[in-house]
Design a protein around this ligand. Structure first.
Ligand code: BGC
Length: 423
């Protein structure tokens, strides 16, 4: 199979950097919410090993990398910026450039500085301006290295996990708050979209691209003839992803979301950032998993067709190139990841959709939020005690795909054919 899609990798600051910063996830760790008691202060020690990591990417042939910056590190107190942290990121970006690796920079990936959280975080519409202050600062600091931005990663997951399911900080269980957070984040995205374009125009930079990373799933009723299942499936899909995508792409706030402040209708994405992992099978107003399907090590259904369905739906809404900003799986022994990657890429390559890039989640195993270090998504293995990096079989497969720009029969034989999913 020829590969027309550019292959890269994805990560997030809190999940790899380490260091003890004062943010919502170090606080969540202190409160005992990480299942294996691991701390984000450890993670991959990327803070000290960034060069080794970029070298490894480069040796593997990787040319595009989606990374994020840690707000709490850059702005440890409201309005007070840490120049050393900025310098660290600038060195990293400069080094990436020297190794021919282009950044797609995420400005917010799940983690808030504690000072921001303590003022109400994204549940507080008055805080939109605070977020935009950080966006402005970051874009001015990094624009000479970064043309392409993801404003916010997965507002729906952030809101639902933190404000409805209560398993991410701040650990609330309120549908009203979860909806408010989605609405506020959509406004943040729209305003950040305009702001980034404005600043970069003023600074004389061209080729600016801005989008957000949308977590989308396929939602299906458990039974096709059960009206309740069908109703719930449509409802959950709308509340989880249908409404937020309209708000973020067009400034179109439909029920149950609410427009906070002045937001013009428009088109607010230069690309579709799609994070795709799984399908949900619905029989009540909650998430659900099909039992007789293949599952990964976290119990998520493996459903490769879904990535094409979700990408297709986005393209129908707005004609833009698609970047798969995340796709990957928890496979602790790396026993089916090659097949998973192949199956998803095949769907995309066969789809006829304008999918330009695929950023695999993730480069190295990392701090997987409340799962801690126990859930491995990387194509590079991390020994969290010694911090030794070892390229996995899936990493060798990924590297061979990038270098050959195709998947040959020999590669299928070596990496994919013997691998099977588990139920
Ligand atoms: C998030 C990542 C996370 C991945 C796997 C996505 O929802 O953006 O940060 O590690 O899923 O759970």
């Amino acid at each position: 199979m020829k590969l027309n899609i550019l292959l890269g990798v994805s990560s997030a600051a809190t999940q790899i950097e380490g260091g003890g910063f004062s943010h919502t996830w170090s606080d969540w760790f202190l409160k005992g919410w990480i299942k294996d008691s691991s701390s984000p202060a450890n993670a991959n020690d990327h803070l000290n090993r960034w060069k080794e990591d970029i070298d490894l990417m480069s040796e593997m042939g990787i040319k595009i990398y989606r990374l994020s910056i840690e707000w709490a590190r850059i702005e440890p107190e409201k309005g007070k910026y840490n120049e050393e942290a900025v310098l660290w990121y600038r060195r990293l970006l400069e080094y990436m450039k020297s190794r021919g690796i282009a950044p797609l920079l995420t400005l917010h990936h799940f983690t808030n500085p504690l000072w921001f959280e303590n003022t109400g975080g994204f549940a507080e519409p008055a805080n939109i301006q605070i977020f935009l202050g950080f966006v402005e600062y970051a874009v001015r600091q990094f624009s000479d290295f970064v043309d392409e931005y993801v404003t916010i990663n997965e507002p729906n997951v952030f809101a639902v996990m933190g404000y409805l399911n209560g398993v991410f900080p701040p650990g609330l269980r309120s549908i009203g708050k979860a909806l408010r957070v989605q609405s506020v984040m959509a406004v943040c995205h729209i305003k950040a979209y305009d702001l980034i374009h404005k600043i970069r125009r003023e600074l004389g930079f061209k080729n600016t691209k801005v989008g957000f990373a949308h977590h989308a799933r396929v939602f299906v009723p458990k039974s096709n003839i059960n009206l309740w299942h069908k109703l719930c499936s449509a409802l959950v899909s709308h509340i989880f992803q249908g409404a937020i995508i309209r708000a973020c792409l067009f400034g179109d706030f439909v029920f149950p979301l609410k427009r906070y402040g002045k937001v013009q209708r428009g088109e607010y994405a230069d690309f579709h950032g799609l994070n795709y992992y799984s399908r949900s099978t619905i029989s009540s107003p909650a998430d659900g998993i099909r039992e007789d399907a293949f599952h990964n090590d976290l119990g998520w259904e493996i459903y490769p067709e879904g990535i094409g369905i979700c990408a297709g739906e986005l393209c129908k809404m707005l004609k833009r190139p698609v970047y798969i900003t995340e796709n990957g799986t928890c496979d602790n022994n790396d026993s089916f990841r090659c097949r998973y990657i192949y199956d998803h890429l095949k769907v995309l390559e066969d789809s006829g959709l304008p999918v330009e890039r695929y950023y695999h989640w993730c480069f190295t195993d990392n701090f997987e939020w409340c799962e801690g270090e126990s859930a491995r998504f990387g194509i590079v293995h991390i020994d969290f005690k010694t911090q030794k990096r070892t390229v996995k079989k899936s990493g060798r497969f990924y590297s061979a795909m990038i270098k050959n720009k195709e998947i040959t029969d020999e590669m299928l034989e070596e990496f994919v054919k013997a691998q099977e999913y588990r139920k």
